[in-house]
Design a protein around this ligand. Structure first.
Ligand code: IPM
Ligand code: MG
Length: 362
């Protein structure tokens, strides 16, 4: 039986994960999928119990699982800890420990929520892009040093680290609309010049069919807001990907809608929403669970090879949003659990109506 490790984490993490479980349980029941669940600590919750943000037992359990679902980590109570002991360090160590170098973050603008973007709707409408963020290199993982007078974060990328994530992005682009954008800062950074060289070689040799473009990160930040529909798959290094995906989430109406998958060479992935732990609203039951639910859909599709079930989850979410159900971040008052319940019910309805249609057709 497939094993899923649940890592609720901090802030709204446990709330959105509990909500996503409702949807996951429903789809599993509908599709006859059986999962075994285990739960472990990460982030601030792990610091409180074990003094470290990623206990060995958590990493061991993650390695033994077929997929990992994570809520969020971090909170103001841990802000004064030294870097390696902060909650975020636990997440970074998990990503690195599982070898998850490719972070897929789809940004899709739905007609039903386009009005929620602060941009003009005609700019955001129809946007459908996929970020492939490098996740285990760059400034996040380079040598760090600090004293009273100076501090240093080293940015380092190897040819192999670049090549594997670029290949992943290029393959995804080929399966979508065939466009790939590399975002870098090659006019200033040596690492970006290596990214450009390696990416150019790979595209030239194996992906010449793609419509390939390169943008500097400052200009790209602007184009994401001025002509977002022009993007299909975007590949970029770790820090640029972190920043640009928060920016691009604005197009969708709320970061609370965005899910992600972190993948390596094996089948086991880590699935987590792009939003953080939102300590300001934690414990109130008002967090948007849809980013976590989209992460569940990504897990079904990419981790368990169940594209139809993933599509069904997404269809149910689309229907619920189209019906006007809105959480706090989208200007509504539906609770976290209420949203998960309507999504689960909608999913059952859609499935049953398909069955009826099949029966009539036969
Ligand atoms: C994200 C988050 C993390 C990151 C933090 C929590 C370490 O912002 O997943 O985007 O910077 O990668
Ligand atoms: Mg981020």
């Amino acid at each position: 039986m497939a094993k899923i490790l649940l890592l609720p984490g901090d802030g709204i993490g446990p709330e959105v994960l509990a909500a996503a479980r409702i949807v996951l349980d429903r789809i599993a029941a509908c599709a006859g999928l059986a999962f075994r669940y285990e739960e472990a600590l990460i982030g601030g919750a792990a610091i409180e119990r074990h003094g470290v943000p990623l206990p060995d037992a958590t990493l061991t359990a993650a390695r033994a699982a077929d997929a990992v679902l994570l809520g969020a980590v971090g909170g103001p109570q841990w802000n004064d800890l030294p870097g390696p002991r902060r909650p975020e360090a636990g997440l970074l160590a998990l990503r690195a420990g599982l070898g998850l170098y490719a972070n897929l973050r789809p940004i899709r603008v739905r007609t039903s929520t386009v009005a929620a973007t602060p941009l003009r709707p005609e700019i955001a409408r129809g946007t459908d892009m996929l970020f492939v963020r490098e996740l285990t290199g760059g400034l996040y993982f380079g040598a760090k040093r600090r004293d009273a007078e100076a501090a240093e974060d080293v940015c380092c990328y190897t040819r192999d680290e670049i090549a594997r994530v670029v290949r992943r992005a290029a393959a995804l682009a080929r399966a979508r609309r065939g466009k790939l954008t590399l975002i870098d800062k090659a006019n200033v950074l040596e690492t970006s010049r290596l990214w450009r060289a390696v990416t150019g070689e790979i595209i030239g040799a194996d992906y010449a069919d793609l419509d390939f473009e390169i943008l500097l990160v400052d200009a790209a930040a602007m184009y994401l807001m001025t002509r977002p529909r022009d993007f299909d798959v975007i590949v970029t290094e770790n820090l640029f990907g972190d920043i640009l995906t928060d920016e691009a989430s604005v197009l969708a109406g709320s970061i609370g809608l965005i899910g992600s998958a972190s993948l390596g060479d094996g089948r086991r992935g880590l699935y987590e929403p792009v939003h953080g732990s939102a300590p300001d609203i934690a414990g109130q039951g008002i967090a948007n669970p849809l980013g976590m639910i989209e992460s569940v859909a990504m897990m079904l599709e990419l981790g368990f090879d169940r594209p139809e079930e993933a599509a069904l989850v997404r269809e149910a979410v689309d229907a619920v949003l189209a019906q006007g159900v809105r959480s706090h971040d989208l200007g509504g008052d539906a609770t976290t659990m209420a949203i998960a319940t309507v999504v689960a019910d909608r999913l059952s309805e859609i499935r049953e109506s398909r069955h009826d249609a099949d029966r009539i057709a036969h």
